[in-house]
Design a protein around this ligand. Structure first.
Ligand code: APR
Length: 247
């Protein structure tokens, strides 16, 4: 049985699948990944552009990055066949939960119903004083004449994402733990699996006896634990498995 047949067999014989997704799944939507060739963190130092202490000390670095990089890309991004394939698996009641590290909101845009956002969502921006929430578009508008952007109450604004140095939202992490403890298969899609505590989740799934499959262009530190590893593009692989397996 080749690796695609093995992946198809895992998907077809499981009915409590959890997908664990990373930036590689959104790469085919035009959103750059963080690591590897051309990765965002090879151009922008995450200790400056994605670190909570630096943000609180001087938010202008982040907001310039938001205005010049984040917003133009994410505001135009659309789901790709990898997102659509996971929606299809959920519709067929084979996939229970998508646990994503991504902050682009594309799983929900594609139609996934049960999505856990471990690192938040950059489309939602909140006031650090009064908690009022703004959309990405509203804040981009504010940035045209104020840097850093401020709330109507004059409080500072922060995207509802987890910066380095911040802990993950408790409810998200608890929900993700419960999901992987109950799953019968965990599909890792497009993650380098180097950031913790997120990367503990596929390990927990495997330790609980779930079948582990990794779809990622580059090798990952967890490949040795996986029943199948496919180093190919998420969109092609998932589209082929979902279409080919269920005609
Ligand atoms: N299909 C499948 N895999 C791909 C594709 C693709 N089209 N394109 C890239 N990849 C793979 C790369 O080989 C890489 O290993 O996706 C992986 C993306 O890894 P990272 O850029 O490290 O992204 P991710 O694992 O999601 O990072 C985790 O790190 O910076 C933090 O908060 C950030 O959520 C992010 C976390």
């Amino acid at each position: 049985m080749d690796s695609m047949e093995r992946l198809r067999e895992i998907v077809e014989t499981s009915d409590r699948i959890v997908a664990f997704t990373g930036a590689g799944l959104s790469a085919e939507s035009g959103i750059p990944t963080y690591r590897g060739a051309g990765g965002l963190w090879t151009k922008y130092d995450p200790n400056i552009y994605a670190n909570i202490d630096h943000f609180l000390r001087d938010p202008t670095y982040y907001w310039n990055f938001f205005q010049e990089v984040r917003y133009p890309i994410i505001s135009q991004a659309q789901p790709n066949p990898a997102h659509d394939a996971l929606v299809e698996l959920e519709r067929r009641k084979l996939l229970k939960t998508v646990i994503t590290q991504n902050i682009d909101g594309l799983h929900q845009m594609a139609g996934s119903q049960n999505v856990i956002e471990l690192h938040g969502n950059t489309r939602r921006i909140g006031c650090m004083e009064c908690g009022k929430e703004y959309s990405m578009d509203e804040v981009y508008g504010k940035l045209q004449d104020q840097l850093p952007p401020r709330c109507d109450c004059s409080g500072g604004l922060k995207p509802r994402v987890v910066f380095f140095g911040e802990s993950l939202p408790f409810e998200a992490l608890e929900g993700a733990n419960d999901a992987v403890k109950d799953c019968d298969a965990c599909l890792v899609v497009g993650s380098s699996l180097v950031v913790y505590p997120a990367a503990m989740l596929p390990v927990l799934a495997s330790e609980k006896g779930a079948r582990l499959a990794i779809i990622n262009i580059d090798p990952t530190p967890l490949d040795h634990m996986a029943e199948v590893v496919i180093n190919d593009s998420a969109g092609d692989v998932l589209h082929t498995v979902v279409k080919g397996g269920f005609e």
